[in-house]
Design a protein. Sequence first.
Length: 249
Amino acid sequence: MAKRLHFGPDREPPPADRRVMALGAAFLVVASLLMLRSLWSPAAPQGQLVEVRGDVARPGVYAVEPATLSAAVEAAGGLTDGLPDTPLAQGDAVQVDADGARVVPMGDPLLVALPINVNVNGVEALKVIPGVTDDVASAIIAERAAHGPFHDVGDLKRVKGLGGAALDRVRPFVTTGTTAPKGSIDLNTADALALESLPGVGPSLAARIVADRQANGPYRAVDALDRVSGVGPATVERLRGRATVGGSP
């Protein structure tokens, strides 16, 4: 006897099976999105971010590798004849004019990479730290110039306005650094010839730096260079990240 054929709708799966199927579909959607995101993520620029402005064909911000004065000017379409290979730090700005090219204070503090080293950076860079105002940034610089570098992030409690909760807020964004940058010059031990390798330091200024530290003692911070005749805020800014202070000669 032939069996009756059934053409009606299939029986729905049990609720437990439906939940498993829904979870499987959701997993596939999430996995696909993650894969697409990895494929679409832009590559990070290689090199140091440097701003070039003035007499160049294409003023702007460039990722330069190696990060040197001549390489930055070349990237912006400027003339490099006779320019030195002065090393540049993240966030530096290069001004090009009829007299040549020189390193100047940054035009955009957001070019400074986090975390910020509170032992070497100036007011504009320190203001990148969330919650740090002009007054607090100036207080950080004044404190390290008067009493020496901060040994750890907790040492920032020495600064008026950075105690308790305020210190906890800035902690993720700052560092005190543990080693001097590669190729940096120790202001307390370098002779005049070595000091001349720093940007903007010629034979005359190098001699005054050596004479000053012999007469008044070692520098406790790079900012203390402003006690030398002919050294102003612009010169101190140029030397950050290239000069350090260590032992006395």
